[in-house]
Design a protein around this ligand. Structure first.
Ligand code: 13P
Ligand code: SF4
Length: 307
C-alpha cells in the first residue's frame, strides 16, 4: 500500500484537474476497482453509465472493446485507455467482413453481437448483448423479426449456453474467451470434492459442460449480486481471478475458493498505466464516425431494453 499510495494520490488529483472519470470493470485489480474507480460493474453497467457521464474525460479500466463502446455512446468525450495492448480473444476472433459473409449466408436472420467485439463488428449488427441480457435480447430480436433463428456471435460457448435457455435456433461463430474456455467440468468436480458444500457460480463464457456442473450461471455483476444476497459460507467464482478479490472486499463473511485464471488483457491496465494515461492524455480511442453511428444503433437498442 505504501508503494501505491503516491500513485493513488496523484491519480485522484489528476482526475480533478482533467475532469476525468474512471470506469472500472469487475476484472480490474482491487486498487483500481475499489480505490480509484468511480463507476464499477459488468460490461452492461459500464456501457449504460458511459452514456451518462458528466465529466469530459473517460479513462477505461477495462479492455479496448469497452473503450470503443464508451466512445460510441459518448462521442463528445475524450476516451482514454491506459494500454493499447488490452485486447480480447473474442473481439479479435471476428471482423466486419466476416459478419457481412454470415449475413449473406443467412439472409433475413437477425444478428446479435456480444459487446466483446470491435465497433466495426457492432456496426454490422442488429442489436448487441452482454452476458447479463443475452437470452432477453435473443427473444426480443426474434419476436421483432418474426423468426425463430438468430445469429449470436462471436462466442460459441455463450451462444450454446443461451441456446439451452430458449427455443430459438442459434447460429454462432468459433470465437471463445481465452480465460473461460480453460475451465473444465473436471476442475469443478475437483473443487467440489476438496470443498464440500461450496457454491459454484460460473460465467456463461465457460463451456456448457462447466455450466452443467455449476449451481448458478451469470455475468460478473450477477455473480457478485448472488454472493451479496445469499452470503454462501464458501463460494467459487468460475471466472477471471480478480473478481474474487473484489467481491471478497465487500463480503468479509464469505470464504472464496480461488482457482486463478487471469485475463492477460485486463491485467495490462495498471495503476501506473492509469496515472500515465491521465498525465499524458493518452491513448485516446477513436472510432470512425460513420462506423460509430451504425454501432451506436445496435448498442443503444440493447440499452433501451427494459432492465
Ligand atoms: P461481463 O462483465 O459482462 O460479465 O463480461 C465478462 C467479460 O469477460 C468481459 O470481458
Ligand atoms: Fe476477453 Fe475473456 Fe479477457 Fe474478457 S476475460 S477481456 S472476454 S479474453
Amino acid at each position: 500500500w505504501k508503494v501505491m499510495a503516491p500513485v493513488v494520490a496523484r491519480i485522484l488529483q489528476l482526475k480533478e484537474e482533467r475532469d476525468a472519470v474512471i470506469l472500472a470493470h469487475n476484472y480490474m485489480t482491487p486498487e483500481i476497482f475499489a480505490v480509484v474507480g468511480d463507476i464499477r460493474g459488468d460490461s452492461l453497467q459500464l456501457a449504460r453509465e458511459a452514456a451518462k457521464v458528466k465529466q469530459n474525460v473517460i479513462v477505461q479500466g477495462g479492455v479496448h472493446f469497452m473503450a470503443e463502446t464508451s466512445k460510441v455512446l459518448a462521442p463528445a468525450k475524450k476516451v482514454l485507455i491506459p494500454s493499447l495492448e488490452a485486447g480480447c480473444s473474442l473481439a479479435s476472433s471476428i471482423t466486419g467482413s466476416d459478419v457481412r459473409l454470415l449475413k449473406e449466408r443467412y439472409p433475413g436472420v437477425p444478428v446479435v453481437t456480444y459487446v466483446n467485439t470491435t465497433a466495426e463488428v457492432k456496426a454490422e449488427t442488429d442489436i448487441c448483448c452482454t452476458s447479463s441480457n443475452a437470452v432477453q435480447v435473443v427473444e426480443h430480436i426474434c419476436a421483432e423479426f418474426g423468426t425463430n433463428q438468430v445469429i449470436l456471435i462471436p462466442d460459441q460457448y455463450l451462444a450454446k449456453n443461451v441456446a439451452r435457455m430458449t427455443d430459438k435456433k442459434v447460429i454462432t461463430w468459433a470465437g471463445s474467451c481465452e480465460v473461460h474456455e480453460r475451465f473444465s467440468a473436471e476442475d469443478i468436480r475437483e473443487i467440489r470434492a476438496g470443498n464440500p458444500g461450496v457454491v459454484v457460480l460460473a460465467h456463461p463464457e465457460c463451456p456448457p459442460e462447466v455450466l452443467a456442473e455449476a449451481d448458478y450461471a451469470g455475468s460478473t455483476a450477477a455473480m457478485s449480486g448472488y454472493v451479496q444476497k445469499k452470503q454462501p459460507r464458501q463460494v467459487v467464482l468460475v471466472t477471471e481471478c480478480s473478481m474474487s478479490d473484489n467481491v471478497a472486499l465487500e463480503n468479509p463473511g464469505v470464504e472464496f475458493v480461488r482457482p486463478c485464471n487471469l485475463c492477460p488483457h485486463m491485467k495490462r491496465i495498471t495503476l501506473e498505466g492509469i496515472q500515465m494515461s491521465l498525465e499524458t492524455m493518452t491513448h485516446e480511442v477513436h472510432v470512425d464516425e460513420a462506423v460509430a453511428e451504425r454501432a451506436r444503433v445496435a448498442v443503444q437498442r440493447m440499452i433501451d431494453l427494459p432492465p
